[in-house]
Design a protein around this ligand. Sequence first.
Ligand code: SF4
Length: 218
Amino acid sequence: MMGDRDYRQLIKNAIESIGRDIEPKIDPKDNKTIHIHEVVRCLRRSYYDRTDPIDSQWTSFNNLMTGLLQKMEYGGKEGEFQIEDIILKGKADMIVDDAIIIFRSTLEVPENPFSSDLLFLNACMWIFKKVEGVIVYMTSDGKESSFSLSKDNKMFEEVVRRVRVLKDLLVEQKVPILEPSNECSSCQYYERCFIKQKIGKQINIQDLFGLGKSSEKN
Ligand code: SF4
């Protein structure tokens, strides 16, 4: 805090507003328009975001960086891909010549790209009719690692399958199954998925192993 102003809060608000600005505008009642980011992560999380949302915090460097890049000259536009009666929508961070580029911030540069990022990048290639893609991982201390990917049919089939599943579950108002992963630890629905009720009674180790009974006999 400097003077009367809370600069930390000011910066947090600015990042949150950029995050909200780049967040795809989803109409929760429009079950026939699905966004790529909804299907490359846990479907249950995406379902809750539409039907009974809890706000998540927009504080990551990733949102700031992606938001600023999308506003630049090379910033990606939103595109669409028709899957029968469903529209799949997506936004690339940058489109340069025949390549899609997406940027992700990480604590450490990964040895391999994350599967959700591969699915996202590949789906962007189908939407924007490009054949090459690059994922750039960046850390806050300036390390960087890039992975390239060629357009892949099998990976896109998986995205299309998940698009259909999410649309059907939204129409039928059925909550998708749990998809436990590392994502759960930072998910705003963690308690809904894993902590139904608190265990009030303490477990007595002696009762558990019958130790109390045997000592009574002795
Ligand atoms: S806690 Fe895990 S399984 Fe539950 S909605 Fe979040 S990411 Fe999905």
